[in-house]
Design a protein around this ligand. Structure first.
Ligand code: ADP
Ligand code: GLC
Length: 475
């Protein structure tokens, strides 16, 4: 079975968040299970691309409206990631450094999708499944089935995975001319609320859509930035499959990015060494419980209320708790965090920016990982923290609800709370302080967390079963 995964991100080539982790791991596990899974990514002028060897496997030109765009498909020569990696390069449009936020982002991702379709169409390939991730490749199912240019491929089954239903990639009908000749009786499939909506189009046209946790499948019908009714209507073809983690990259026993490697049997001493390294670097007292946060500083993650929650918690528990934040995003939130650090230099430190290596040390060296997310389709941070014996403190939503059991419940190991509010976070922190002061309980919980299996093995199988259940489309 040959599968093409289409995504804007893939670790370690280009990562902004968890989408990269998933697309960098799932195809590897699928290949290990005997499938021929490949990833097709837009080209980025980044370290991985500069430092590895690629060969040109296809060259042509595509049309974006009246613009004729030359493109190349480059293949990484050694399959070192455990799968075939292809990059779509379009000089001046799909060859820049950043993944997102260019003013012509719409054109960038439309051109990427057209070049991919032209490539597989002209090179006479017949993939068994095309698996699109998020709105950046959301037009592919529609174009496959309803553009005259790709009729040879119109039976290809497609799967669409929603990692984040808040972003749709919508644009106006004035850009319809960017698409190749399509069946004009089908334009309703592109439309939502009077615009072209790639996320909606993919949900309507793909043979199946998946969400990255079972709970999120249901939550999209309640909150998805205007697509609630669509998700309600299409729910018959939706499937929730929880993400896994790449246990080769995220393994405290072998991780080269942490201060000391450890296993579940040596969890307490191993974690202490990492905590010492972390606390030394950030000037924190190693004896106090350390609560950390890693992530994008945005409303979705509940990052806006973290400064107030930390301040209240420090005031309520003077000299009993430490905090460390690693993140970047909203400048107002960044500013409040910096102010907090100046106010409480012995109990709170902040690293504004993106630092993959430091993230590994924070997972290993912290006692608790706070995730007060308002929306969390899956969340990988809690899964990494469990693997490193760090207790996740999560708001009960989406994938957090599906992966973390409160330690007060049977077989539990984490701390859960119901609302993204200062009160709920502070109560969770009080519970964390209490557990920390019972070393025997903490040790048992750490062993339990590290014994959990969230590797991709089980979830990769679910995707394979899903692929097999889809019959070639007859449109
Ligand atoms: P999302 O994709 O919504 O940001 P996830 O929990 O799925 O959330 O994944 C976030 C990923 O990005 C994790 O691998 C996390 O370690 C990483 N990450 C987020 N912010 C940072 C940062 N500032 N520095 C390093 N890694 C980060
Ligand atoms: C998105 C979601 C996150 C999920 C990730 C990978 O970025 O916000 O919850 O873990 O995708 O699927």
């Amino acid at each position: 079975m040959r599968i093409y995964h289409l995504s804007a991100e893939c670790y370690p080539v280009a990562k902004v968040g968890g989408l990269a982790d998933v697309v960098g791991a799932l195809p590897k596990y699928q290949c290990q299970a005997g499938l021929q899974a490949a990833v097709v990514l837009p080209y980025y002028d980044r370290k991985f691309v500069r430092e590895n060897e690629f060969e040109t496997v296809f060259q042509s030109a595509t049309l974006l409206g009246t613009r004729r765009l030359f493109f190349e498909i480059l293949k990484e020569k050694t399959n070192k990631l455990g799968f075939e990696l292809y990059l779509v390069k379009i000089p001046g449009l799909v060859d820049r450094e950043n993944v997102y936020s260019y003013p012509d982002e719409r054109e960038q991702f439309i051109a990427y999708q057209l070049a991919f379709l032209d490539w597989i169409s002209y090179s006479q390939q017949s993939p068994d499944i095309i698996h699109c991730h998020d709105h950046h490749s959301g037009l592919v199912p529609f174009l496959l089935y309803h553009s005259k240019l790709y009729t040879r491929l119109a039976n290809t089954p497609t799967v669409f995975t929603i990692h984040n239903g808040q972003y749709h990639g919508a644009f106006g009908w004035d850009k319809l001319s960017y698409l190749p000749e399509i069946d004009l009786t089908k334009t309703g499939l592109l439309d939502w609320n009077g615009g072209i909506n790639p996320l909606a189009a993919a949900v309507k046209c793909a043979a199946r859509y998946t969400t990255v946790s079972p709970s999120y499948l249901h939550e999209l019908t309640i909150s998805s930035n205007g697509l609630e009714y669509l998700f309600y209507l299409e729910s018959g073809k939706g499937v929730g499959i929880i993400n896994g983690i790449d246990t080769e990259v995220w393994n405290p026993k072998t991780d080269p990015m942490i201060a000391e490697n450890y296993t579940a049997a040596k969890a307490s001493t191993g974690k202490l060494k990492n905590k010492e390294a972390l606390c030394k670097r950030f000037n924190l007292d190693v004896k106090l419980p350390l609560v950390s946060f890693i992530g994008r500083l945005v409303l979705e993650k509940g990052a806006d209320i973290i400064p107030e929650a930390i301040e209240k918690s420090i005031t309520d528990n003077p000299d009993k708790i430490n905090f460390l934040i690693l993140g970047a995003g909203d400048t107002e939130i960044e500013k409040s965090l910096q102010e907090l650090k100046e106010l409480y230099p012995d109990q709170c430190n902040v690293y504004i920016g993106y630092n993959e290596e430091l993230a590994h040390l924070v997972y290993a060296g912290s006692d608790f990982l706070l995730m007060p997310s308002r929306v969390e389709p899956c969340g990988l941070n809690q899964l990494y923290s469990l693997r490193y014996g760090t207790m996740p403190m999560v708001r009960s939503t989406g994938g957090l609800k599906d992966t973390v059991i409160d330690f007060g419940d049977k077989g539990g190991y984490g701390i859960r709370f119901d609302n993204t509010t200062v009160i709920d976070i502070c109560q969770a922190i009080n519970r964390a302080i209490a557990v920390y002061n019972e070393p025997a309980t903490l040790q048992t919980l750490r062993k339990r967390m590290m014994g959990l299996d969230f590797s991709w093995d089980a979830s990769a199988k679910k995707y394979i079963e899903l692929y097999k259940s889809i019959k070639p489309t007859t449109i």
